[in-house]
Design a protein around this ligand. Structure first.
Ligand code: FE2
Length: 430
């Protein structure tokens, strides 16, 4: 449920402000057009399976055709093969395993059999983020964004990748992970409530969803993704979230799932609060556009949930977002091998498979693509300070003092100039 009764009346005002009654006709036509497109596209996705997610070789990134790039942009997710060699990636996993053995008090979940670790500065992680190929992949992804107005944005350089220290998982076979249903990260009600963030979706909200460009940069940079200061929300702008595989992992083995059409999911999730079904949610005719109607008489935002004096979501569900046909369209990424990376645009609906039916670990380090922007640059200065003293990065709760651990990465693990810039460290190793 979307707990509509807990919604403050100001969200009703917000809805009305965003979409005045005068645009009702236009918005309804656009919504109906969107539902038609979703019907076609979701059928295609459901039929295709994991191969629908584009796969490219790291070595070919600069050789892709405009058509191939536009497919990647439309789908919003990509597997990049062989970013680092197998030996390096499996070596990092082995070293992480040693690290957690040597530091049994390291925070992780589940408590009895830790697999998801709240660790940021192990040597493997520091080296992986600093790897020039990882940074090159990041810069390539950052450059999929552009500034529509053609303005030069001060302090912005998409070709300079920065690093965002995040965690890793070594997921064991079996078990049940229920904490990662389909969701979008980095901003909940803020997508509508914050004016700059809302401008990212302006074309959708004015009835022109086909013009919506999820890769327009300017408004992203001013968007406030965290109006309520909830803990655990990234305060940097990641053009793509991502991970680096340290094991061979295929569909059904606890891997990532995505809804592989970011333009369509954005259009639908953003417009959904302004429409309601006129039949019961479990009606067999729920998908029929005739059974939906423009309605801004309630303050609810389906898929957004009050939490910690703020809001979490969007969490699209089959019940509240039926046209995404999530049960059939959440697509597992294809088989990955150690050294491959998977990236998904910051707006992509994604989840983690609840079951792991394989017989070996599914191990990844979370490494997103982060461009140089004023806000991101300011963050990495603070992040570098935490690195040098072995504390959790600024965006993450201070659960333990990492400096007490054995086997942390240090300044000398960040060698190349590109890596030192990315980490906010002086070019010369101290
Ligand atoms: Fe996520």
């Amino acid at each position: 449920m979307s707990n509509w009764c807990e919604w403050p009346p100001r969200f009703l005002d917000l809805k009305r402000k965003i979409v005045s009654e005068t645009t009702q006709e236009r918005l309804t036509a656009s919504w109906n057009d969107l539902l038609g497109e979703l019907a076609t596209r979701t059928a295609e996705i459901a039929k295709a399976g994991p191969d629908f997610v584009p796969q490219v070789n790291f070595a070919d990134l600069d050789k892709l055709t405009p058509e191939e790039i536009s497919v990647i942009k439309r789908k919003g997710s990509v597997v990049i093969r062989d970013v680092v060699d197998t030996k390096t990636a499996t070596g990092w996993k082995a070293e992480l395993e040693e690290f957690v053995k040597a530091n049994p008090h390291a925070e992780g979940t589940p408590n009895q059999d830790k697999q998801f670790f709240h660790l940021y500065w192990t040597r493997s992680q520091v080296q992986a983020r600093a790897h020039p190929n990882v940074l090159k992949a990041s810069a390539w992804l950052n450059n999929l964004y552009s500034v529509k107005s053609g303005k030069t944005l001060e302090g912005v350089d998409l070709s300079v990748p920065l690093t965002y220290a995040d965690r890793f998982r070594i997921r064991h076979p079996g078990g049940h992970w229920g904490n990662f249903p389909p969701h979008i990260d980095s901003g909940a009600i803020e997508r509508w409530e914050d004016e700059a963030f809302r401008r990212c979706y302006e074309d959708i909200l004015t009835g022109n969803w086909r013009q919506h460009d999820p890769y327009e940069l300017e408004n992203r940079l001013n968007a406030r993704m965290s109006l309520y200061g909830r803990p655990g929300q990234a305060s940097v702008f990641r053009s793509f979230q991502g991970w680096l595989a340290m094991s061979e992992t295929g569909p059904t083995q606890g891997t990532l799932r995505v809804f592989p059409d970011v333009q369509l999911s954005n259009a639908y999730v953003i417009l959904r609060p302004f429409f309601r079904p006129t039949v019961l949610e479990d009606s067999p005719d729920i998908l029929d556009p005739k059974n939906w109607k423009f309605d801004i008489s309630t303050a609810d935002f389906p898929g957004i949930f009050p939490l910690d004096r703020g809001y979490k979501g969007p969490l699209p569900t089959p019940r509240h977002h039926p046209h995404l046909r999530l049960r059939e369209t959440m697509t597992s990424v294809p088989q990955v091998y150690p050294g491959d990376m998977v990236f998904w645009h910051c707006d992509v609906v994604h989840s983690v498979e609840t079951e792991h039916t394989g017989s070996t670990d599914s191990a990844v380090m979370y490494i997103g693509a982060v461009p140089k922007t004023p806000q991101n640059s300011a963050y990495i200065v603070k992040q570098a300070q935490t690195f040098l003293v072995g504390q959790n990065p600024p965006d993450f709760a201070k659960l333990t003092d990492e400096k007490m651990f054995v086997g942390l990465g240090t300044d000398v693990d960040v060698k190349e100039p590109i890596s030192r810039v990315a980490m906010g460290l002086p070019i010369e190793v101290a």
